[in-house]
Design a protein. Structure first.
Length: 294
């Protein structure tokens, strides 16, 4: 059975892209699920799948993060990877779906877990906001804060892979985007704007636009409920597969899990410096066929 991918809320589990993409498990909040039930559920997942790779946003409530680490500690399991990400909620949802796609390919659990950091660099996650006055996760200048108080103002913000911010208006330009083929996922909140589909999508030359529900945590993450969140991503599993395959694999010196990149996804141990080398990411301009497990 493939490694199971887990998220911290059901709205971070996007619909599958095909019939092969598995769903994800969901870590329940402590105020919803008793600890005993959480332990039982995780034990069943480990028995059925062998390994669990959980991705959660850095904005997750402390109680939920503590619950996840407590479950792993009480089960005394080295087969649970807990991956904290600074991506905004819709970007997390995209990353979770990509890992779900990878989980049925011929990659070990260690490679799937460590691929999360690699794939995060290829997700362009942002939002259009009516105000940046309460935005504390992306650098905001005093001038932009002042403009937030002007009625009708709208701001385009990119959280990752590198932060950007601009005030939408005549001659404002557009956010710098990916230089490879992507699709765009949009989640509308309480803000009426056509800027994402009318300006951003054509400028980024996206190959398609999809809509999703706005994750419940998005207003808190962005500091306002008046937003439209978006994320551009690699849609083709064959390209994702080749991207991950192109990176040199190593064996963690601490827990012996296979990994790519510079850090183990399961125990977080860094790769010793002499071995910290990776392959080229030029595969974004090439084609390949994914190899799902039989």
């Amino acid at each position: 059975m493939p490694t199971v991918i887990a998220a911290t809320s059901a709205d971070l589990v996007l619909p599958p892209t095909d019939q092969q993409t598995p769903t994800a498990a969901v870590f329940q909040s402590p105020d919803i699920q008793p600890l005993e039930d959480a332990l039982t559920e995780m034990h069943v997942l480990l028995e059925q799948h062998g390994y669990v790779v959980a991705v959660y946003p850095s904005s997750v409530p402390p109680a939920l993060e503590q619950r996840m680490f407590a479950v792993r500690a009480m089960l005394e399991s080295d087969r649970i990877a807990l991956l904290r990400s600074d991506l905004p909620p819709l970007g997390i949802a995209v990353l979770v779906r990509q890992l779900r796609q990878l989980s049925i390919c011929d990659f070990s659990a260690g490679v799937v877990a460590s691929a999360a950091r690699l794939l995060s660099h290829y997700i362009y996650a942002g939002a259009v906001l009516n105000s940046v006055a309460k935005l504390d996760r992306v650098p905001v200048s005093l001038k932009s804060h002042a403009k937030s108080w002007v009625p009708g103002s709208q701001f385009a913000v990119l959280a990752g892979p590198s932060p950007q911010l601009l005030k939408i208006g005549q001659g404002a330009g557009v956010l710098g985007g990916p230089e490879f083929g992507t699709q765009l996922l949009i989640a509308k909140g309480q803000l009426q704007t056509e800027w994402v589909t009318g300006t951003l999508a054509p400028a980024w030359q996206v190959q398609g636009v999809q809509e999703a529900g706005l994750p419940a945590d998005s207003p808190r993450w962005w500091g306002t409920g008046k937003l439209t969140e978006f994320a551009a991503f690699l849609p083709d599993i064959s390209i994702i597969y080749q991207l991950v395959s192109s990176v040199r694999r190593a064996r963690c010196h601490w827990c012996s899990m296979e990994l790519i990149g510079d850090r183990c996804g399961f125990c977080s141990a860094p790769l010793p410096e002499p071995e910290n080398q990776s392959g080229s990411s030029s595969v974004l301009n090439q084609g390949s066929s994914a190899q799902p497990r039989s």
